[in-house]
Design a protein around this ligand. Structure first.
Ligand code: MLT
Length: 265
């Protein structure tokens, strides 16, 4: 059974997809995307309860003018878990979704049963990266999402997808273009200000799977593999012919790895 619920989180209401019964898995999307990036994972895993919110400022959730930070996103997730009656969940986050999960681990570790980190990194932004966030937020506010999409799209998908799957390129383009500008600017400033999480890696005590696309240029294997090695018991899997959005680009391969991990818990 699929239900769409709206969860009030203080100053905003989040749109949340909830599918099936069983032990909960929480899927946290990347930037500037929404929960539909998990379509193939939500469609599978029928013995699990799949919970996929649009973060504040994304998808069909409200996009307030202010109040964007990793802490705020993480606290919102706790309110989502409370609203659906989940004490804890296997938490699966991609890229910015991973940054939010690091914050969730810091603030509410008891809500995280196990971790899946897809195409993400623990390091904070460099000074140059922070400046880039400000420039992109200003561009979004000045000119809207079209030029933002033009800049980001080539980096979101791997070269194999870009050359062989024009339909998926258009799906992701549409997802980017429908993102509310307020939420996009808020997310960019929240990412700019996020803390470094490398010290946290060695303190993670839950089972952790790290999954990344072999063609990911934003968080390449050279970043993902060492991150997994710093997590006690962390396992790294590289997905061939996939870029930054490997759960959308190679859903069968990602679902197989995820299934194996979930079975091991
Ligand atoms: C994402 O996919 O969430 C973004 O690439 C994260 C980032 O820009 O750091």
């Amino acid at each position: 059974m699929t239900t769409s619920v709206r969860v009030p989180v203080g100053g905003a209401a989040l749109a949340v997809q909830v599918r099936g019964d069983g032990a909960p898995i929480l899927f946290v999307h990347g930037f500037p995307l929404d929960q539909s990036m998990w379509a193939h994972q939500l469609a599978g895993f029928s013995e699990w309860r799949r919970i996929a919110p649009d973060l504040r400022g994304a998808g069909a959730s409200d996009a307030p003018a202010e109040e964007y930070s990793m802490a705020r996103y993480a606290d919102d997730l706790v309110m989502v878990l409370d609203a659906v009656g989940a004490e804890s969940a296997v938490c699966c986050g991609l890229s910015m979704g991973g940054y939010v999960l690091f914050e969730l681990m810091r603030r509410h570790p008891e809500r995280v049963r196990a971790l899946v980190l897809c195409d993400t990194k623990a390091e904070a932004d460099t000074p140059q990266g922070r400046q880039g966030r400000d420039e992109l937020a200003a561009l979004a506010e000045r000119e809207g999402m079209v030029p933002v999409g033009e800049r980001l799209l080539p980096k979101l998908l791997g070269r194999t997808t870009q050359s062989r799957d024009p339909e998926l390129v258009e799906t992701v383009r549409a997802m980017v273009l429908r993102s509310p500008v307020t939420g996009v600017a808020g997310a960019l400033r929240a990412m700019r200000d996020r803390p470094d999480s490398t010290a946290l890696l060695g303190e993670i005590r839950v089972s952790t799977l790290v999954v990344g696309g072999a063609e990911d240029e934003l968080t390449p294997p050279g970043v993902m593999r060492p991150m997994a090695q710093r997590i006690p018991g962390g396992r790294y899997v590289e997905v061939p012919s996939a870029g930054h959005l490997c759960p959308l680009e190679r859903p069968d391969a990602v679902n197989e790895v995820l299934r194996e991990f979930l079975t091991s818990l």
